[in-house]
Design a protein around this ligand. Structure first.
Ligand SMILES: Nc1ncnc2c1ncn2[C@@H]1O[C@H](COP(=O)(O)OP(=O)(O)OP(=O)(O)O)[C@@H](O)[C@H]1O
Ligand SMILES: [Mg+2]
Length: 361
């Protein structure tokens, strides 16, 4: 049992023993093996849901934990079953009770929260969110992301997610892709999606994503906001008092003027504007930097927000227009990652790593 206490359920972030998933252990002597006593060990595991997608991982980790026993040669045999409804209901009730409604609003929470906003649409918020999240995860941070663009969700596509979140008696498990725990309305179909969309929609769906999803306590939470200067940013400030706003713009005035207004939301609600990211700053044409969308928008937004808000709002990154950003995004892998899921050694990946480190500093 002590060895199994180190086996963590990947979705719930708790040990399988804490979660009551070990229903029984039988040990039968089996002679000796290389001078050590040998035993056959049968472990009865009860998974939370039938056909749990992580069943193989959990069973593999349990097998490895038993095989690592130092003082005897143990031959593991794992019997997999599913928890009774009653036991699962108890487990979920226990987890819910211990967690406040919105785990990120409680005092002392360590999670850094960054909301990515823009004003103008199509400037690359979602691409920046996806690549920044993948970068944080690749750098070793426990990373989560919420697709807060309810009508124009795009994170499932950018991360190549086609599966649905596991629903444990009304508690949803985020889907992990490229190391990032994700939730998006795009992961729900039919009736589930209709439920999320009911009522005063935006505020409710954000609250549901925060309180009905089992997040654990990630190091970083990113929110990909819808374009516009309004409602969602206010909801974020109200529900997530620690959230910091990152304003994305392109270099052109028509984007940067609206981006400033998106940042000025911080005059209405208490929310720190952390910095500005300029996207599509240039296109590298055989070594020549073509400024397709003009010049200076990021710096203009940073200067104007610094003046209006009375604290430093720096221009934190300038990112090139790069066909891979779109192509890889459409293929479901953030462009900063190689096929192996590690940070690629490209200038783009270095820019994102620099941004991630600056944000955490
Ligand atoms: N640096 C970049 N280089 C090349 N293409 C990019 C870059 N950033 C974003 N794109 C592309 O531009 C388009 C818009 O980007 P994205 O969807 O990330 O913007 P958005 O601000 O989230 O849009 P919306 O306002 O609709 O939510 C996408 O096709 C995306 O692939
Ligand atoms: Mg978007």
């Amino acid at each position: 049992m002590a060895r199994l206490g180190k086996v963590i359920d990947p979705e719930l972030g708790r040990s399988v023993t804490d979660l009551g998933m070990i229903a029984g252990i039988d040990v039968a002597p089996a002679g000796t093996d290389g001078g050590r006593p040998a035993y056959d060990v049968t472990v009865r595991v009860e998974l939370t849901v039938p056909g749990c997608p992580l069943s193989d991982t959990i069973v593999g980790n349990i097998t490895a934990a038993i095989a690592s026993y130092p003082d005897a040669a143990l031959t593991p045999r794992i019997e997999v079953a599913t928890m009774s409804e009653a036991k699962l209901a108890d487990l979920v009730a226990g987890l819910k009770a211990e967690r406040k409604r919105n785990p990120f609003a409680k005092p002392g929470v360590k999670t850094r929260i960054f909301a990515i906003a823009s004003g103008k649409g199509g400037v690359g918020k979602s691409s920046v969110t996806a690549n920044l999240a993948a970068t944080f995860a690749a750098l070793g941070y426990d990373t989560a992301a919420i697709d807060a663009d309810i009508y124009g969700f795009s994170l499932p596509g950018l991360f190549g997610v086609t599966s649905q979140p596991t629903n444990l008696n009304g508690m949803l498990m985020p889907v992990t892709a490229w190391g990032v725990k994700l939730i998006s309305i795009g992961m729900f179909a039919g009736a589930d999606r209709a439920i999320l969309w009911r009522g005063p929609r935006l505020q409710r769906s954000l609250e549901q994503f925060l309180s009905d999803v089992w997040w654990g306590e990630p190091d970083v939470l990113l929110l990909d906001l819808a374009p516009g200067t309004g409602d969602m940013a206010i909801s974020v400030a109200q529900t997530l008092p620690n959230a910091e706003l990152i304003v994305v713009t392109t270099p052109q005035p028509s984007a940067s003027d609206v981006a400033v207004r998106a940042g000025l939301v911080a005059l209405q609600v208490p929310m720190r504007v952390r910095g500005v990211v300029e996207n599509m700053s240039w296109f590298d044409h055989h070594g020549e930097r073509l400024e397709i969308f003009g010049h200076g928008g990021g710096q203009r937004v940073a200067d104007q927000l610094t003046a209006a808000l009375g604290h430093d709002v720096p221009l934190m990154a300038q990112l090139p227009l790069l066909p891979e950003v779109r192509e890889r995004g459409e293929a479901g892998r953030p462009a900063v990652l190689g096929a192996d899921g590690r940070l690629a050694g490209t200038p783009l990946a270095e820019s994102f790593a620099g941004l991630a480190r600056a944000l955490m500093a």
